[in-house]
Design a protein around this ligand. Sequence first.
Ligand code: SF4
Ligand code: SF4
Length: 56
Amino acid sequence: MAYVINDSCISCGTCAGNCPVDAISQGDGQFVIDADKCISCGTCAGNCPVGAIAEG
Ligand code: SF4
Ligand code: SF4
């Protein structure tokens, strides 16, 4: 199950810089995770300052 970013995202970009498979990019209004690339490592969820990322 891929991780998902919710509406709490403040677009800081931290998650995108730490994803080992480059699955996170800036979308329309907030960052988004490409479910086809995500390997569910959990790194992004642990680094998000506002807790906007969880396993979907
Ligand atoms: S869980 Fe891991 S692989 Fe998936 S988006 Fe987050 S950092 Fe990238
Ligand atoms: S680390 Fe959290 S707040 Fe920052 S861009 Fe990623 S999801 Fe958004």
